[in-house]
Design a protein around this ligand. Structure first.
Ligand code: DSN
Length: 411
């Protein structure tokens, strides 16, 4: 029986969500629209199978097709990122990061990561996360003036602190990371270089962001952000760390892999290996830059003053509203984006002084520079009049009209 026949309640909510996704502007920097092919693979019969282990070495019988699916996913990931080895089993970015810690650290070991409020991730040493509870995080910061990473300061801190591992790759940093500088720092103190490329993996795959592969000891990534695959994650490593990475995922930190999601990842890698993906990745960055420039031209302050990626971080302090207020007002107008801490934020994490915008989902819909200018004008209208209900209603209609010209799924 179909979902509609079996469970009309859930079917109805999924249908409503599709309409909502279609009729709103998605600017959450970590979101995207997976293709129908990716969703078909993810929703397939592969969900019925247990496959603990790896291709050719499973702890369950009956994996003849599963082995092929996972082996293809691994080969495609290796080709896409030009890396020695890939593990496609991590269930999520947090799981992948946990496995990286498991591979290289012992409880109590010291590591360095960018503070959460500065753009780092929860799993990069937040005191409420295992990374901050079971290990000893030392936070590095962006420069107070430029709001960019200060590689000399990071080197100095690493020499003082002697961490066993250093993480770079963030959730709210709009500039390109100098991986070579991090490599030099790690070499100077004998630390492992872990690069979390979750946000910009699709840009790396599409040649719109430098690759960390020549520098990293271990790479973690989600697969559903700019990379546009199913919700999940992956890890990559050079030859010297291939075995330790695989053992850290299974049996170290996970049990049975989600082979249906792995099939979705295989399809995503196949799509990302096509020439159109390069065009998409380049357009993601172009769109973000236009959106950023338009916001700046309208008097909006950006953290670091610009973007070099898919991501824009707005400081709302000069506008006199909080991130929480802006997020609610924008959502009422059909613009979906998330509030975010900014460096040296004076507001609490639940309130924040910032908004984070990303261009990947709109780019996937086919939107280009013209639509970014339009989108920026709508954002500015709402940010300047967050309590004007009539205006928000007008913007909502404008958003619906704009979205109608760019269907998410064309057939
Ligand atoms: N939730 C992701 C993001 O929005 O950046 C990070 O886990």
């Amino acid at each position: 029986m179909s979902l509609k026949q079996t469970d009309s309640e859930i079917y109805g909510l999924i249908s409503s969500e599709l309409s909502y996704q279609q009729s709103t502007l998605r600017l959450i920097a970590s979101e995207n629209y997976a293709s129908k092919a990716v969703m078909e693979a993810t929703g397939s019969v592969l969900t019925n199978k247990y496959a603990e282990g790896y291709p050719g070495k499973r702890y369950y019988a009956g994996n003849r097709h599963i082995d092929q699916v996972e082996a293809i996913a691994i080969e495609r990931a290796k080709k896409l990122f030009g890396v020695y080895h890939a593990n496609v089993q991590p269930h999520s970015g947090a799981s992948a990061n946990f496995a990286a810690f498991y591979a290289f650290l012992q409880p109590g070991d010291k590591f360095m990561g960018l503070e959460l409020a500065q753009g780092g991730h929860l799993t990069h040493g937040s005191p409420v996360n295992y990374s901050g509870k079971w290990f000893k995080p030392v936070a590095y910061m962006v420069d107070r003036e430029t709001e960019a990473l200060d590689y000399n300061a990071i080197m100095k801190k690493a020499k003082e602190e002697q961490p066993k591992l250093i993480i770079c790759g963030y959730t709210a940093y709009p500039l390109i990371i100098d991986f070579k500088a991090f490599r030099e720092t790690c070499d100077a103190v004998g630390a492992v270089l872990m690069v979390d490329i979750s946000h910009f993996a699709g840009l790396v795959a599409g040649g719109a962001y430098p690759s960390p592969v020549p520098y990293a000891d271990i790479i973690t990534s989600t697969t559903h952000k700019t990379l546009r695959g199913p919700r999940g994650a992956m890890m990559m490593a050079p030859e010297r760390n291939a075995q330790i990475m695989d053992k850290a995922v299974f049996p170290g930190t996970q049990g049975g892999p989600l082979e249906n999601v792995i099939a979705g990842k295989a399809v995503c890698y196949h799509e990302a290996l096509q020439p159109e993906f390069k065009t998409y990745a380049g357009q993601v960055v172009k769109n973000a830059k236009v959106l950023a420039d338009e916001l700046v031209a309208s008097g909006v302050r950006l953290v670091a003053g610009k973007t070099e990626t898919h991501l824009i971080l707005v400081d709302l302090t000069p506008k006199g509203i909080t991130g929480k207020e802006a997020q609610v007002a924008l959502e009422e107008a059909g613009i979906i984006a998330n509030r975010n801490m900014i460096p040296f934020d004076k507001q609490k994490p639940f309130v924040t002084s910032g908004m984070r915008f990303g261009s990947a989902a709109l780019t996937t819909r086919g939107m280009k520079e013209g639509e970014m200018k339009h989108t920026a004008s709508l954002i500015v209208k709402v940010l300047e009049n967050p309590n004007d209900s009539e205006l928000k209603l007008k913007v909502r209609k404008d958003v619906e009209e704009l979205c109608a010209g760019f269907p998410i799924y064309k057939n």
